[in-house]
Design a protein around this ligand. Structure first.
Ligand code: XUL
Ligand code: CO
Length: 455
């Protein structure tokens, strides 16, 4: 979205929010498990969910996606405080009727935002039943509605199974020491793959929230990793069996909720995939806030994935430098977005992956227009990052600076080294012949200056 249009839009939203607050005060918190107001009536919702919000236009090639779990299940609750999101369509229950109403809100939101993709966990779109069969049938009902509302244009960027919320998964799913849980997790992933495929999903994600440990004293790490590998193997086989051509993605994260998660970072996940022999069957979904939790920059994680041929998708968000946990904020820093887009451009884009806004409003942002502002600003930030990358490429001086640093390898001997043909005897002869080598400046400040001048 161009600058002036955004300004116009934000101006418009201000007017809208004023009308909304005055005319239609929020009622019920999202899914607190108790009823609220006239909470018995979760039937058809008459009228719009986002009155007064216009359709927002933007170019689709960035492949943006809305994360259902944050935007429609995020409550604003934290360990110290109650939910703050009182969306007018919520009735305070987790009923099937409420799930359908929420799905309608999701599609109006997507339409108005002009975004054609969404991401979901099985259990955030449909409630758990008393049995697996009942949960599956709840999911089928909501998925049938989603399919209808998707029309021809909208589809999931990816789907996934929620294997971390229910107490049965407290020791993990694929890495639980209990075979019954392993089987239950497999059944859940099987079903989640089926519905993702049915909805035309382009990818399927594995985020191992509880695939890890709290202490190695009670854990057979080797056995758990072997189990996780067998689980992934079974998912590859099942994907092929049902004709699902989407990409399987592993989403690395070092910790939270467990102390140590097995998919710690991109390099750890790549090593896992290589060790078990299915590196060609998977790619990675890099999340910026997970990157910083693992002590890396997002750019480092993206580049590690990219140079291993594994960059498949980005969960576009950011953390807070003063807070040590996964705050899942919308990425608003243009410099950071430029670094992200550098990797994406070098990767030749992300398709069939894209940018999923795995990001939530701050607890204190409580109006429905905040949902729009956050997504629009998140899209604009990445778009501006892309423009900056275009400027850096057109200018060419950063690439020249890098090329210059390695120019000694652009020689006959350098080519031999890079082709693996230079043995130690040859290199020793050269070292003695050349004497003390000339060492060039890294020019870091110049590189930073060039980078900043593109902002
Ligand atoms: C958690 C996280 C998940 C995954 C999907 O930190 O990022 O929402 O993206 O399970
Ligand atoms: Co994520």
């Amino acid at each position: 979205m161009e600058g002036w249009k955004l300004l116009l839009f934000l101006f418009y939203l201000n007017l809208v929010s004023f009308t909304l607050i005055v005319a239609d005060p929020p009622k019920c918190p999202v899914n607190i498990g108790t009823e609220c107001g006239d909470g018995h009536d979760s039937g058809e919702w008459k009228g719009e969910f986002f009155p007064g919000i216009p359709n927002i236009k933007y170019e689709d090639w960035m492949r943006f996606s809305v994360a259902f779990w944050h935007t429609f299940r995020g409550t604003g609750g934290d360990p110290f405080g109650a939910p703050t999101k009182m969306w007018p369509w919520e009735d305070g229950t987790n009923s099937l009727a409420m799930a359908k109403r929420r799905m309608r809100a999701n599609f109006e939101f997507l339409e108005k935002l002009g975004v054609d993709r969404w991401c979901f966990h099985d259990r955030d779109i449909a409630p758990d039943g008393n049995t697996l069969q009942e949960s599956n049938s709840n999911l089928d009902e909501v998925v049938a509605l989603a399919k209808e509302l998707q029309g021809k244009k909208i589809r999931p960027l990816w789907g996934t199974a929620q294997l971390f919320m229910h107490p049965r998964y407290m020791h993990g799913g694929a890495t639980s020491p209990d075979l019954g849980v392993y089987a239950y997790a497999a059944a859940q992933v099987k079903k989640a793959m089926e519905v993702t495929h049915y909805l035309g999903g382009e990818n399927y994600v594995f985020w191992g929230g509880r695939e890890g440990y709290q202490t190695l004293l009670n854990t057979d790490m080797e056995r758990e990793l072997d189990h996780m590998a067998r689980f992934f193997e079974a998912s590859i086989a099942y994907k092929k069996k049902i004709g699902f051509n989407g990409t399987l993605l592993i989403e690395p994260k070092p910790q939270e909720p467990t102390k140590h998660q097995y998919d710690w970072d991109a390099a750890t996940a790549a090593n896992f995939l290589r060790k078990y022999g299915f590196i060609d069957e998977f790619k990675l979904n890099i999340e910026c806030n997970h990157a910083t939790l693992s002590g890396h920059s997002c750019h480092h994680e993206l580049e590690t994935a990219r140079i291993n041929g594994l960059l498949g998708n980005i969960d576009a968000n950011t953390g807070d430098p003063q807070i040590g946990w996964d705050t899942d904020q919308f990425l608003m820093d243009i410099g950071e977005a430029t670094l992200v887009m550098l990797s994406v451009v070098r990767n030749g884009g992300l398709a069939p992956g894209g940018f999923n806004f795995d990001a939530k409003l701050r607890r204190e942002s409580t109006y429905i227009d905040d949902l729009f502002i956050a997504h629009v600003a998140g899209m604009d930030t990445l778009a501006r990052g892309l423009r900056n990358v275009a400027k850096l490429i057109e200018d060419g001086s950063l690439a020249k600076l890098v090329q210059k640093r390695y120019q000694s390898f652009d020689t006959d001997l350098g080519a031999e080294v890079e082709a693996g043909k230079a043995n130690f005897e040859l290199l020793e002869r050269k070292a003695m012949e050349w004497g003390e080598p000339e060492v060039l400046s890294a020019k870091q400040e110049l590189a930073e200056m060039i980078f900043q001048s593109a902002m």
